[in-house]
Ligand binder design. Structure first.
Ligand SMILES: [Zn+2]
Length: 144
């Protein structure tokens, strides 16, 4: 009885710590991990303001894109910039840069397969650096 309880307790602790670790992990390039997509994907803004999407394996390492399609709608809702993506090595890279400015609102839509369900994530692309975790604010893992 006692052993069984301990095993359950340990299993519970492992599950809790795994969950906590998952929440605080940055992508391999220091980008934002989109955890609602399967496999998970990293949203990263390159030096020339293009969006790079990298799909992640179970250990958080980069894996090659499969049949996913990605669209990012960014900027002013009245005149949004719609980014489409093409394969670039092991990642998907946007055809154009994000619109100018900091804190650009972005709607990321990812489809795992052509017939799959679209997963949507919305956030502001804050490019300033977080003072605590030193990542860009859009990818901040401090939870503020
Ligand atoms: Zn931070």
């Amino acid at each position: 009885m006692k052993t069984r309880f301990l095993v359950l307790l340990l299993a519970g602790l492992v599950a809790v710590s795994a969950q906590a670790a998952e929440k605080k992990v940055a992508g391999p390039n220091g980008g934002r991990v989109l955890a609602g997509v399967e496999p998970r994907a990293e949203f990263f803004v390159t030096r020339d303001r293009k969006v790079q999407i990298t799909f992640l394996g179970p250990d958080g390492e980069a894996i090659a894109p499969a049949a996913q399609s990605v669209t990012v709608t960014a900027g002013d809702r009245a005149a949004p910039t719609i980014l489409t993506f093409a394969k670039a090595g092991n990642t998907l890279l946007s055809n154009a840069p994000l619109p100018a400015g900091d804190g650009v609102p972005a709607v990321v839509q990812i489809k795992a397969t052509p017939d799959g369900k679209t997963v949507t994530e919305k956030f502001n692309v804050e490019l300033s650096t977080c003072g605590e975790c030193k990542l860009a604010e859009y990818a901040c893992i401090c939870g503020h």
